[in-house]
Design a protein around this ligand. Structure first.
Ligand code: 13P
Length: 253
């Protein structure tokens, strides 16, 4: 099943990152419910399940407004890389690829240099990379948020050229899975840095920024009011389809 890779950058986007959750017997009921109850809104709705579900899920979401994304991709195109998935194995079934999630950076030791390779491959393949950036608590405590983000962005976007496909997700590490969601000041600082760096790298770039980190149906309304944001990347609360539907309903017009 070949799907369109284009998404409307004028509409808000809500992305469910299931991470390594949702057992094999539970994804289909989730998708059926999402299809049935998805509010008719001007929005792009993306589900990023574990890679093994993608193929069958693409058949169940064809002819719907649900778009699919991968949570990760290899920095290599092919060869002897046990356990890896090449971007060339994804394009027919996904439109988005999350790159550089902080769990990949910290648990799997992915450097900015590795992420730069991955994001370039995703762009080359005509897919939309969702580049995650975000500072650890220590950097925030020392008010080094801007410096940290600047460095991550410059190094991760080294040699990148597919600006019209790029989504940048601001996901501060201290906010992920903790219940400590970022406030408006945190986000405004991050949005300013991301906008500045992108314009410095490419004056024609039109930044498309989303926020992730303890987003819930209760706090999503606040993020909707932040002018520099176009959507959210949701982990834990996206595992419950009712909560994901609620978030969509509140965020999108
Ligand atoms: P939580 O929504 O569980 O904090 O996770 C955010 C995240 O990491 C999305 O990629």
């Amino acid at each position: 099943m070949i799907c369109s890779k284009i998404f409307n950058r004028k509409k808000p986007i809500l992305i469910a990152n299931w991470k390594m959750n949702v057992p094999a017997i539970e994804w289909l009921p989730y998708i059926i419910k999402l299809k049935e109850d998805m509010p008719k809104k001007e929005a792009t709705i993306v589900v990023c399940p574990p890679t093994v579900y993608l193929s069958e899920m693409s058949q169940n979401t064809a002819d719907t407004d649900i778009r699919l994304g991968a949570q990760n991709v290899s920095q290599y195109l092919d060869g002897s890389f046990t356990g890896e998935v090449s971007v060339h194995m994804l394009p027919e079934i996904v439109a988005f690829v999350i790159v550089g999630h902080s769990e990949r950076r910290t648990i799997f030791c992915e450097s900015n240099e590795i992420i730069a390779k991955k994001i370039k491959l995703v762009g080359d393949a005509g897919l939309n990379p969702i580049l995650c950036v975000g500072e650890p608590l220590e950097a925030r405590t020392k008010t080094l948020q801007a410096t940290y983000l600047r460095n991550q962005l410059y190094k991760s976007l080294d040699n990148f050229t597919f600006w019209e496909n790029l989504i940048v997700a601001y996901e501060p590490i201290w906010a992920i899975g903790t219940g400590n969601s970022a406030d408006i000041d945190d986000i405004n600082t991050a949005v300013d840095v991301i906008n500045d760096v992108m314009i410095e790298l490419n004056p024609k770039a039109e930044p498309f920024i989303v926020y992730g980190g303890s987003v819930t149906p209760k706090n999503i309304a606040m993020y909707k009011e932040i002018p520099g944001l176009k959507g959210a990347l949701i982990g834990g609360e996206s595992l419950d389809v009712q909560k994901f539907l609620k978030i969509i309903d509140i965020y999108c017009y």
